[in-house]
Every structure is written in structure tokens, then in C-alpha cells.
Ligand binder design. Structure first.
Ligand code: AMP
Ligand code: MN
Ligand code: MN
Length: 334
């Protein structure tokens, strides 16, 4: 990221006319939003609101359903369902969106006079006029913090809570390789702004309905270990269906945490969780412990992500999806 790009983003925000007759600003994060997508977007939304930008909406494509842990995020009142997004905003800003394909029908808003992209995916396609994309950043919230400091916006407790949720989500609670000194330095500033890390972590990571726990038990119980996959590095995979969700009366997003216990399997470098979507295809999560670049598998199947955490949309039976991944892992794609 160059100083020219930072300045262009600062100018785009500073050039906005505030107030009820001012410019419309539309913030967008990726479909099926996670803590980084929502936290980064809402943290920046709060900063804009504090600067007097009142014609301000935040949204994401697809079903307007937030995972329970995110329903109390500060700034959540700025979220609107996709159909209520501004039609012709002066400025569009995207958060944690690696490619246009992650914007669904909101891709039409990229026709806005100014589009600023804030992201940290190496696979980012740089679809904005201004692209603040830092693949070395642990989360999009690190990029948001960089822009806020250049705008001279101080971190208050509400902004800090959003950015902390984003940072903690994408670093796996400060456990992943991307957990650099800069990550802890940002976390320190966020905590100093007055947030409660214990309360936030309990809410985001350590609270689930009883049915979600029972569902996780079944999905983990049907996992398959294939030690020969990925050139002998091993692959463990499992799947979860809409019927599983219905049986336990759970919402689809509860499946997104299932990758965590699965990726802990010692005998496999690669972990795969194949989650049926309400549309009947499969949202596939891939993780590697380091021997394999799973983003290459995901990208070759139309998805994206990072070297050690990636995803794509799969078709067919779960067995077929697993076989496709295994085939690509074996086919010198790694
Ligand atoms: P997940 O397994 O859903 O937590 O996603 C892991 C990583 O892969 C995230 O960085 C996502 O941005 C990326 N990712 C997941 N699914 C897709 C997809 N269908 N297309 C592009 N990127 C994806
Ligand atoms: Mn994300
Ligand atoms: Mn992210």
C-alpha cells in the first residue's frame, strides 16, 4: 500500500459533505459476514457517523441474518438489508471483500463515482478506484485502524469493540501466525480504549446453544481421515447438511465454527468442512497447518482466501466435493 493510496482514501472521506442533505455513503462487507467483515465495517461506520456523516448505511449481500454473537455489536443499527442499500451513493467502501463475486447483487454499486476497497486477502482483485489491500495485515480491521489514524479519528470504546472482534476473529484469538507485534500493539490500544476482552471473547467464541453443541458432536462424529491425501500430509473432512440443522433447530451460521475442532486433528495437514447451504450447494472451508497452500485449491474451484484458510462453493455430494479437493491436493497444485 502506497502513501498515494492512503491519501486518496483520506481525501475520499474528507471530501464528503456531512449532514442530512450531505453525501450518501454505502458500506458493504462480504456475503455470509464473519467477525472481521462486520467488525471492520461497523467500526468504520461509527467513525464516519462521529464525523457527521448521517446519510450512512452498512449492508452485506444475501439473507439479512446476523450470527447471534454479532447482533449486539456497536453500530449494528446502521445495518440495513441488501434491498435497502443506497442506489446511487457518492462513496462506496468495501470491507474484507476479496473479489466482486463476494458482493452478490451489490456488485452493481461498484458503478459509484468512488469505490474504496479495504481488505487483506492476497487474492484481492483490486476492484476499487482506491485499493487499501495489505496481505500482511492479520485482519481488515488493521487496515481500518490505519485509515482511522490518518483521518485523525480517535479510538473510542464502541469503535474499539468492533475492531477487537474483527482482530480476534481473524487471528483465531491471537493464535495464528499473523499475530505479529503490530497485532498485539493494536489490541493493546483497543483494550486501552475501554473494552472488556473477557466479555467479548465469551460472547463471540465461547457461547453456543445446546443444540449447536449436539449438532457439532454429530458432525465431528462422522469425520473421515485420509492419511494418504496431499502427498501423505493427510486430510480430514466432514460435512453438515440442512437436515442436520433442522434436526437441532439451528441456523446455518453455527456450521462456520465446526472447522476449528476438525483442523486440530494431528494426523492431517488439511482440514475440510463441507456445509450445505439453503440453496442446496456446499460452502466449503479449507484449512492447512502449513504444508499446503489451500488458497490455490480454493481459487482453482472459483473461491479464494489465504494460504492457510480458504473456501469455495462446491457442487455434488459431500463425497464428490471431498474427492475434488483431494484430487487437486494431489495434482501438484500445492
Ligand atoms: P471460511 O472457511 O468461510 O472461514 O473462509 C476462510 C477464508 O476463505 C476467508 O478468508 C474467506 O474470505 C475465504 N473464502 C471462503 N469462502 C470463499 C468463497 N466462496 N470465495 C472466495 N473466498 C472465500
Ligand atoms: Mn472474512
Ligand atoms: Mn478478514
Amino acid at each position: 500500500m502506497t502513501e498515494t493510496e492512503w491519501s486518496a482514501a483520506v481525501d475520499a472521506v474528507r471530501g464528503l459533505t456531512p449532514g442530512p442533505d450531505g453525501d450518501e455513503v454505502q458500506l458493504i462487507c462480504h456475503v455470509n459476514p464473519d467477525g472481521d467483515a462486520l467488525g471492520s465495517m461497523l467500526g468504520f461506520a461509527l467513525a464516519l457517523r462521529e464525523r457527521g456523516i448521517t446519510r450512512l448505511r452498512a449492508t452485506f449481500p444475501g439473507d439479512f441474518e446476523l450470527p447471534t454473537p454479532y447482533q449486539d455489536l456497536p453500530g449494528v443499527e446502521l445495518l440495513v438489508p441488501e434491498p435497502e442499500a443506497f442506489r446511487a451513493p457518492a462513496l462506496v467502501m468495501t470491507f474484507d471483500v476479496a473479489a466482486e463475486s463476494r458482493l452478490g447483487d451489490l456488485v452493481a454499486l461498484l458503478r459509484a463515482p468512488c469505490v474504496v476497497v479495504l481488505d487483506h486477502h492476497a487474492s484481492n482483485t483490486r476492484f476499487g478506484q482506491v485499493n487499501l489491500v495489505d496481505p500482511r495485515a492479520a485482519a481488515t480491521s488493521v487496515v481500518v485502524d490505519g485509515l482511522l489514524s490518518r483521518l485523525g479519528v480517535p479510538l473510542d470504546a464502541a469503535i474499539a469493540e468492533c475492531l477487537y472482534v474483527a482482530l480476534a476473529t481473524d487471528t483465531g484469538s491471537f493464535k495464528f501466525d499473523m499475530t505479529t507485534p503490530e497485532v498485539h500493539e493494536l489490541a493493546a490500544r483497543l483494550i486501552a480504549a475501554g473494552i472488556s476482552p473477557g466479555d467479548i471473547s465469551r460472547r463471540i467464541f465461547d457461547t453456543r446453544p445446546f443444540g449447536a453443541m449436539k449438532l457439532a458432536g454429530e458432525v465431528i462424529g462422522r469425520a473421515t481421515l485420509d492419511p494418504t491425501a496431499a502427498g501423505g500430509q493427510g486430510m480430514v473432512w466432514t460435512y453438515a447438511t440442512q437436515a442436520d440443522l433442522a434436526r437441532h433447530d439451528q441456523r446455518p451460521y453455527v456450521l462456520d465454527t465446526l472447522i476449528d475442532p476438525v483442523r486440530g486433528v494431528a494426523e492431517a495437514d488439511v482440514a475440510v468442512v463441507i456445509k450445505e447451504t439453503p440453496q442446496g450447494d456446499w460452502s466449503v472451508s479449507l484449512r492447512s497447518k502449513g504444508a499446503v497452500d489451500v488458497s490455490r485449491v480454493a481459487v482453482s474451484l472459483g473461491g479464494g482466501g489465504h494460504r492457510l484458510a480458504a473456501g469455495f462453493t462446491g457442487h455434488g455430494t459431500p463425497e464428490e466435493v471431498a474427492a475434488t479437493v483431494k484430487g487437486l491436493l494431489a495434482a501438484n497444485l500445492i
